[in-house]
Write a protein that binds this ligand. Sequence first.
Ligand code: MTE
Ligand code: MO
Length: 231
Amino acid sequence: MTEFMKLSRRAFLAKAGGSLIGISLPGVFVKLMDTENLALAAETRPDGRPRLPPGQQAVKRLFDMGGVQGTASTRDWKVKIHGEVEKPTTLTFQELLELSQVDITCDVHCVTGWTLLDSQWRGVQLTTIMNLVKTKESARFVIFQATAGYSSNIPISEARKENVLLAHGFSGRELPRPHGAPVRALVPDLYFYKSAKWLEGIKFTARDEPGYWELRGYSNSADPWKEERFE
Ligand SMILES: Nc1nc2c(c(=O)[nH]1)N[C@H]1C(S)=C(S)[C@@H](COP(=O)(O)O)O[C@H]1N2
Ligand SMILES: [Mo]
C-alpha cells in the first residue's frame, strides 16, 4: 500500500489542480461510476457543501486500500482508551456492543481520488466513548492507534461530530476484515486515512501527534473540500 500511496502522490503532484480522473487506477473510477452516483454527486450536503469534494470521483463500492491487518477476533479484541481521561478504560467487543449503537449513512473520501457516496456503517459514536471515560478539559486531540504502528490523529472538535464512529458494521453486515474488523475508526468528513482500521487504542492528548500518513507527507488537517491532500 505504501507504493500505492507514493504512486498516487506522484500522480497528484504531476497534476496541478483541475479534475482528477482515474489517477493511480486508470479507468477504474470511470467504469465504476453510474448514473445514480452522478445524480448523488450533484447534490448539496445539509452543510451547504457539494456532496462530491473537488477532485474526487464517485465509485460504486468500497476499495480495499490494504494495510497490515490486525489478527484480533470479536472474541479477543480489546480497545485501550487512555491519555487525558478521568477513567482510563479497556473495552472488549461485547462491551462495545452494550453501548448505544447508531446506524449512519455517509460519504467517505480517499485521498487518492475516490469517494464512496451513501456508505452505511454501524457502530458507537466516539462521543459515547468520551462520555464513558470522561475526557478531561486538557484533551485536545484524539489519536487512533491501530495494529502494526498505524495511527491517525484528529482534533477533539472533529471527534465530537455525530458521524464519527467506532464502526463494526458495514452495509448491513459485519465489517469485513480487509476494511478493519473487528472495529475501525470512521471519520467521514476528513480524508479516509484518518479512519484507522483494526483499531487497538484511542489516546486523548493535549498536544497533536501526527499519525502514520501525516508524518509521511499527507495533510494533517485533511479537509476534502479544501483539497488538503499533502502538507
Ligand atoms: N490500520 C490501518 N488503517 C488504515 C490504513 C492502514 O494502512 N492501516 N490505511 C488508511 C487509508 S490510507 C485509507 S484510504 C483507508 C482505506 O480503508 P478501506 O481499505 O476500508 O477502503 O483506511 C485507512 N486506515
Ligand atoms: Mo488512503
